[in-house]
Design a protein around this ligand. Structure first.
Ligand SMILES: [Zn+2]
Length: 712
């Protein structure tokens, strides 16, 4: 099959989006944008069609026409131009709110609070996803758009309606929830309330119903490839807040339009690589995941009409490339006085086109899996998902990035499916696990796989109700007491009231020795976090213990009244089948996400290496933070090295790229491959490989933003 025979969602590798404002019908320069499409090598465009604002003359009188549209059809004009350029077209909707005139006509189509007041977003009214607006009116708008312009597919910016902190009490919700759950709507968000729990599940199901309905309508009107594909976020907790079930959505679509536009300070550029890997784990590695990347100055604060510094946009994009994400430029409005943003995409997209074959449809080589579960983020994380779920996950993955250990996210339902590729699975405070999920983990460990488990993992059922003991207690040799020391909230930085002045003591036997690597000259590690108080079985090795808090001020009082306890902080256990399991009672993972203390990162990486029997297919030496992604692509290996050491002393936008290097790289080669050379797709040179006992080695002199090395 040649690329042109493939459906649009398999062959459109670069996208552009000029996100129209109501002013644009009066000023859109069609010729300029056509030449920009060509310059940036895009193969598809996303064009505003309807929803809150229509950019075509709709027959629906209540669909608000853009203020400057007049009798024009800017949407249709852009679609025609795109077709002349041979581009794929997605019609973009933004559907979840409407003008007052619409509300006045159909007040019962809109979301209301418990007192019957409509939910407002500025001057607009928020439509209810369960009412006729979403279930009848919007489908007829989709049909109209498809009839007029035959787009390849349709997207929607905000398709999932109100978030879970806002309960809608409209007639559709009251009746629908009663019919499905047999209950009245919950009175307020309360995770202990049965009605709220059922409402959360019902909310997810209703969004999937919207997804399915829109696809049914689109395919009926536009043919089997006319997909409706919404938009989705990269961060799982943000998907949770909006009732978007990542796994169920990915089971429904061959392509995901990723609306994850920029780096957030707490998560770093590496978060984009994590999103790509996590989503490919659900969609398959042959699927496309285009990602809207802000060319405008998105971030904190955001300037819709400013230009994002090019190094900042580049780093986000190349981290995406490393994880199989495709580029998609995004401007707000069609005319800009800050024209610098127009120059960012061209070199990035040109490089992507030159090397697109190497960047797609690859098989990742990673020996470490990191477990995640949206259900746990919901029902264990509850209102504190960032602290309870996201930080422990990010702490481990940041530590793996820092240690240059490639990893892949693994959904808690996919352990049996995926685990054979991993030497170790990390379970970062995944509190709510079903019995079946725990059985999969148990079978994996009993089959020889390593496990590193932290905090409250497996301590809760699928509703977030606490079990009597950790469900994995038998495997770990550790039992919950449900008491803890310290706090999972960030410590207050006052020396007078500081209760986080705690340490971890390394046992003098230094067993296992891999765990103590790099700590030869210290018996103590700083801690400062939360310790789960656990009982340990007799055959469990207590590698680190907890030292209770003592004053940091005044300095005269800064000595240990209790220099040692028998409270386990990190334990290890060897299973009869050869598997190594470890449990962290101390939330070093959460702490590393917060503070990036080098000792915490080293301890986490040491634990993972130990449990994996040091089975890691890559070694990179040289100073710096480098995110490493290793793949097999047919008969070659492809290694992405993303230089994250960028202006690290400063917060905010990146002003310039800071090159790092040199690096000495070693890669373990699958037994059926015999690569002889390394080609550098960014640096542009080639070098011969030296081979030694199943590994090849080579040097990388300099990495400005990223390097991609093909070994063949
Ligand atoms: Zn409602």
């Amino acid at each position: 099959m040649t690329p042109s025979d493939l459906p649009w969602y398999r062959r459109t590798l670069r996208w552009g989006q000029t996100n129209l404002t109501e002013k644009d019908p009066a000023r859109y320069d069609a010729e300029w944008w056509r030449s920009h499409w060509r310059r940036t090598r895009v193969q598809g465009v996303i064009v505003n069609a309807g929803g809150i604002v229509a950019y075509y003359p709709s027959e629906h009188p209540l669909q608000h026409r853009a203020a400057f549209l007049g009798d024009g059809d800017l949407y249709g004009d852009i679609v025609r131009a795109a077709r002349e350029e041979g581009l794929a077209v997605l019609a973009r909707m933004d559907s979840n709110r409407a003008e007052e005139a619409f509300y006045v006509e159909h007040p019962d189509w809109f979301a209301i609070d418990r007192d019957g007041r409509p939910y407002r977003a500025g001057e607009l009214f928020v439509a209810c996803v369960n009412g006729p607006y979403y279930r009848e009116y919007l489908p007829s708008v989709l049909e109209e758009i498809i009839r007029r312009s035959a787009p390849d597919g349709l997207t929607d910016n905000s398709w999932s309606g109100l978030d879970r902190d806002h309960i809608c009490y409209c007639g559709s919700c009251r009746q629908g929830f009663r019919a499905d759950a047999g209950l009245d709507l919950p009175r307020s968000p309360d995770w202990d309330d049965l009605a709220y729990r059922r409402w959360i599940e019902w909310g997810y199901a209703q969004r999937l119903a919207v997804w399915d309905l829109n696809n049914e309508v689109s395919m009926r009107a536009g043919g089997p490839d006319c997909l409706w594909i919404g938009m989705n976020a990269g961060d799982v907790s943000s998907q949770s807040r909006r009732f978007r079930d990542h796994k169920a959505i990915c089971e429904r679509t061959p392509i995901l339009m990723l609306d994850s536009q920029y780096r957030h300070e707490h998560a770093g550029f590496q978060a984009n690589g994590d999103s790509g890997k996590l989503l490919h784990g659900l969609l398959g590695w042959d699927a496309l995941i285009p990602e809207s990347t802000a060319m405008y100055d998105a971030g904190t604060p955001t300037f819709r009409l400013g230009s994002k510094p090019a190094p900042e946009a580049r780093m986000w994009a190349v981290e995406g490339f490393a994880a199989g994400i495709q580029p998609w430029w995004h401007h707000i409005g069609s005319v800009h006085e800050d024209r610098r943003q127009y120059a960012t995409a061209e070199p990035l997209f040109g490089w992507h086109e030159d090397h697109q074959d190497v960047l797609l449809d690859r098989d990742p080589l990673a020996s470490v899996g990191v477990l995640w579960s949206q259900r746990s983020i919901d029902f264990h994380g509850r209102g504190q998902a960032e602290t309870r779920s996201m930080q422990p996950y990010r702490g481990f993955t940041d530590a793996l990035v820092r240690a240059r250990i490639p990893y892949l996210p693994v959904h808690a339902d996919h352990v049996a499916r995926d685990a054979q590729r991993f030497a170790v699975l990390v379970v970062p405070n995944v509190g709510a696990l079903s019995d079946a999920q725990c059985d999969q983990l148990r079978a994996y460990a009993e089959g020889g796989g390593g496990l590193v488990v932290s905090g409250e993992s497996s301590g809760y059922d699928v509703w977030g109700d606490r079990r009597d003991d950790l469900a994995l207690a038998d495997l770990l040799g550790v039992h919950a007491t449900w008491r803890h020391h310290g706090d999972d909230e960030a410590p207050i930085a006052s020396w007078e009231s500081y209760a986080g002045h705690t340490y971890l003591r390394i046992d003098e036997t230094r067993d296992p020795k891999e765990l103590a690597a790099g700590f030869d000259e210290t018996d103590l590690l700083p801690f400062g976090g939360r310790l789960e108080v656990v009982r340990v079985d007799a055959d469990v090795n207590v590698a680190l213990t907890w030292v209770p808090p003592f004053p940091i001020y005044p300095p005269e009082k800064s000595w240990m009244a209790t220099p040692r306890t028998d409270l386990a902080a990190v334990v290890t256990r060897a299973l009869p089948g050869g598997s190594r399991v470890a449990y962290l009672a101390a939330d070093v993972d959460r702490g590393y996400a917060r503070h990036h203390h080098p000792d915490h990162g080293r301890l986490l990486a040491n634990l993972v290496r130990w449990a994996a029997h040091d089975d890691v297919p890559l070694a990179v030496e040289g100073a710096g933070v480098v995110d490493c992604h290793l793949y097999r692509k047919d008969e070659a290996l492809v290694l992405h090295l993303v230089n994250l050491d960028q202006g690290g002393a400063w917060r905010g936008r990146l002003q310039e790229l800071t090159p790092s290097g040199p690096f000495a790289v070693r890669v373990r080669v699958p037994t059926d491959l015999t690569p002889t050379r390394a080609s550098f797709l960014v640096g542009g040179s080639e070098t011969a490989l030296s081979r030694d006992d199943g590994w090849v080695s080579f040097g990388v002199d300099r990495i400005a933003d990223h390097e991609v090395v093909v070994l063949d």
